[in-house]
Design a protein around this ligand. Structure first.
Ligand SMILES: [Mg+2]
Length: 453
């Protein structure tokens, strides 16, 4: 066995033994959650009579657009959800004809029906938003936090890493990272993009970092490591359009900074290339922010092509599907990290999911510098991200309600959960018999105009 394969094999064993998980800061919190049990909601009648009566939305203009949705029922109980950041609420609203009149407690039945219309990237957002809203409703009806609907609470709080605005001056960038540390963050990520070095002589060849360019990138990493130390996990992202060999070259150049991960060194669709990179470098390789569902991750997981998966619950299918795919990855010794860049609604849905995942490490937050981000919701302790962690809610459902005034203040477009009759007509799927008579040839060869025959 050569040294590289030996190193890789050793790393796999360490991962399975939990040593790398420990290096990444994966640990069970011993702190007790603040119990905040709201009174059970009066659902007015038996849950079996609960019906979905509407789905509406609005879009918050923040660092990314946050498309929020609300599913209403015939008993007053409602559920909140969020389409993937930067997406549009229509991704969820077009699914309206597929959910109207159904019992929202039939979570699996409804989601199975929607699954054929979910896709990767922002196309996973509609399904994901509805998953969140259904778990919000079911949790409220049964008087349990959403995590309880899918599993055990394995941790009381979720560790968080956040993005930081890069600076072309390594000292300034490092100072910003240090400021994060002073705010209590214990896990870090730095975008070491080619944009930082584009103007420097000899840095890029066809947009790919040269050896000189990698040295320039290293200046940023060195400054950041000098500022935050080597004890804290530090992930990196956004290296430009690399091929497999370029990514391996970059991975080797960065090894001395002992990074937590290399994020998306090449597109997630290229699992064979990712496997080559992961085999060649000692830094864990990670991908997944634009992948929907268990099937989307299947090749990466079954082929053990990467060291960590990084679903974004607003694309990957939210609470149910993300827990399933994380469990699937866990069977292959692959831990889970969350990508996340949305509002507190999607954040708390992700927190519920993360609370149940055995081999969970850390989730992202992209909005720690947005001053009104916390104020968008009621019901959770503030600040939501406190000393680098988020408390898992104990209130029924997702555990948050919207602060109407704050959300209304930051709308991208006019309209706050306005009626959505334009989405009553099926545009993604329908049974042709639902529209009325249709001419067809029957089994005995007769032309009929069903259903009027
Ligand atoms: Mg990324």
């Amino acid at each position: 066995m050569d040294l590289i394969s030996n190193a890789k094999t050793t790393r796999r064993k360490l991962l399975q033994a939990g040593a790398v998980a420990s290096a990444l800061g994966l640990s069970q919190s011993s702190s007790q959650a603040q119990s905040r049990q709201s009174p059970r909601l009066n659902t007015n009648s038996a849950p079996s009579a609960l019906k979905i009566t509407d789905i509406r939305g609005c879009t918050v203009a923040s660092n990314f657009d946050y498309p929020l949705i609300r599913i209403d029922t015939n008993q007053g109980v409602y559920g909140l959800g969020e389409v993937r950041d930067g997406g549009v609420k229509g991704q969820a609203l077009v699914l309206k004809p597929l959910i109207m009149g159904r019992n929202p407690l039939q979570i699996h039945t409804i989601l199975d029906r929607l699954k054929p219309y979910a896709g990767h990237g922002r196309l996973g957002g509609g399904y994901s938003a509805i998953d969140m809203a259904l778990h919000d409703i079911a949790g409220k009806v049964y008087g349990v936090p959403a995590y309880r609907l899918i599993g055990d609470k394995r941790r009381d709080r979720i560790r968080v890493y956040c993005d930081t605005i890069p600076s072309k001056d390594p000292k300034v960038y490092a100072q910003r990272m240090l400021d994060r540390k002073k705010r209590g963050f214990t896990f870090f990520k730095a975008d070491i993009g080619v944009g930082l070095i584009r103007d420097r002589p000899g840095a890029l060849r066809d947009r790919v970092p040269t050896e000189k360019g990698l040295a320039y990138m290293g200046e940023y990493l060195q400054a950041i490591r000098d500022a935050i130390g080597y004890e804290a996990p530090l992930g990196t992202d956004h290296y430009g359009p690399l091929g497999v060999q370029d990514a391996i070259r970059l991975g080797h150049a960065f090894e001395r900074f002992e990074l937590a991960w290399l994020e998306d060194p090449i597109p997630w669709t290229e699992w064979r290339g990712l496997k080559q990179i992961a085999a060649a470098v000692s830094t864990p390789v990670l991908t997944g922010e634009d992948i929907f569902g268990v099937d989307g991750f299947r090749d990466l997981i079954e082929n053990e092509a990467i060291d960590l998966i990084q679903p974004d619950p607003e694309t990957s299918g939210a609470i149910r599907e993300t827990a399933l795919l994380a469990g699937y990855a866990d069977e292959h010794g692959i831990p889970t990290v969350f990508h996340f860049a949305g509002s507190p609604v999607g954040c708390m849905a992700s927190v519920h999911c993360a609370a149940t995942i055995r081999n969970f490490i850390v989730m992202e937050n992209h909005a720690v510098d947005i001053p009104w981000w916390d104020d968008m919701v009621h019901g959770t302790p503030k600040p939501i991200v406190n000393q680098g962690y988020i408390q898992v809610p104990e209130a029924p459902g997702l555990g948050v309600t919207l602060n109407d005034d704050v959300v209304k203040e930051h709308l991208r477009y006019p309209g706050y959960f306005e009626p959505t009759p334009q989405f009553d007509f099926p545009v993604v799927s329908f049974g042709i018999w639902e529209r009325g008579p249709y001419p067809h040839i029957t089994e005995d060869g007769t032309l009929r105009n069903a259903p009027d025959h």
